[in-house]
Ligand binder design. Structure first.
Ligand code: KG4
Ligand code: ZN
Length: 342
């Protein structure tokens, strides 16, 4: 252990995953996550049930992360925690736990913005192997269950929103469609899987009409609902008989909407480096289509490893690492920020 090394214990509990990571500088020593199956049957996250499960999971998850990292609490230099955006009750569990650790160990507390975390996941390294991190400035398409944004990243902690959804997030458009199809939550990964064997040219959906570099998914969601209702009225086995083609067509449509603005943004800003981040960046079609832009637009693209796409504490740890370098520490009186920009 070198004196200049920084060890950070990070906690993420903004939605329905309880996660704890231990980082040595930018290297992930452990990243343990407990998901919550309970929400599957409700078609979405039930906030009250989520906070109760965080309460149950947080001690075992922190314990597992410390064990895996083979490190004791006394070696940790700072505690990082997600302070928002997210669900109030869920954020409160992580924040209260992190504050207690910081107070009892007498080490700094560092609050982290969840969406910044998703973007900075690109700078994580495993076993000393650094992923190919994007150089500054780069453009990041940040796509999750609550966000859809185009962000110019000028430095580790410098972000500018160039475009964003004016209503629902693309992850929500995946999850709500899955619910309409009778699939469990979260629907994104299931639609992705079913779409692989479907024909994406079979069905068409509404195209949003939005200004500048902004997105809109609410109309697409509604057109999907009417499309299913109308077809089921004519044939009650419509979903069953066409499930894979419906998933393939709908997913293809969502990805096309995302890529249209990405291309427009690249043309307008002249950026040569494009990254994707957030839960929906785990989508196989999005990953393939973004990769194809390398040749089409002569740019370099950066796609995070699967484990760092969906919610995880390692991304909170890396963001805190850059804040630690600048001495950006938080007071123990901070409270959760349910809605907050990057
Ligand atoms: O970043 P994340 O784990 O949590 C939030 O911050 O919201 O993103 C969760 C979202 C959900 O909407 C989920 O359905 C979606 O990411 N997602 C996917 C895939 N994996 C996760 N969407 C499409 N394809 C996937 N493979
Ligand atoms: Zn997230």
């Amino acid at each position: 252990m070198q004196k200049s090394d920084v060890y950070i214990l990070a906690i993420e509990s903004s939605c329905d995953d309880t996660s704890c990571a231990v980082l040595k500088n930018t290297i992930v020593l452990s990243n343990e996550t407990a998901g919550q199956e309970i929400h599957a049957r409700y078609g979405g996250v039930v906030p009250e049930l989520a906070s109760r499960d965080h309460e149950k999971n947080i001690v075992p998850v922190v314990d597992a992360a410390l064990k895996k990292a083979q490190i004791s609490l006394t070696d940790i230099n700072a505690i990082a925690v997600t302070s928002g955006p997210g669900l109030m009750g869920s954020l409160l569990v992580g924040l209260s736990f992190a504050k207690s650790l910081s107070l009892s160990l007498n080490i700094p507390l560092i609050e982290v913005n969840h969406m910044q975390g998703h973007i900075l996941a690109h700078f994580l390294s495993n076993d000393g192997i650094q992923n190919q991190a994007p150089p500054f400035p780069f453009l990041c398409l940040t796509v999750s269950g609550g966000h859809t944004q185009l962000i110019k990243v000028s430095d580790h902690l410098e972000f500018e929103i160039l475009g964003q959804t004016i209503d629902d997030a693309v992850g929500e458009a995946f999850d709500k469609a899955a619910k309409i199809l009778g699939l469990p939550y979260p629907g994104g990964p299931l639609i992705d899987k079913l779409a692989k064997e479907g024909d994406h040219t079979k069905f068409k959906f509404a195209k949003p009409n939005v200004q500048a570099l902004n997105f809109s998914f609410s109309g697409i969601k509604t057109s999907f609902l009417y499309f299913i209702q109308n077809n089921v009225q004519k044939n009650e086995k419509f979903v069953e008989e066409n499930l894979k083609d419906i998933c393939a067509s709908y997913q293809h449509h969502l990805i096309a909407v995302l890529l249209k603005n990405v291309k427009k943004c690249i043309a307008e800003t002249g950026t040569r480096h494009l990254a994707i981040a957030g839960g929906v960046s785990a989508n196989s079609e999005l990953r393939n289509e973004v990769k194809k832009l390398e040749e089409e637009l002569s740019i370099t693209t950066y796609i995070p490893p699967f484990e760092y796409c969906t919610d995880n504490a390692a991304m909170i740890g890396i963001t805190a690492y850059y804040k630690f370098q600048k001495g950006y520490f938080s007071s123990l009186s901070i409270s959760p920020q349910v809605k907050v920009g990057v």
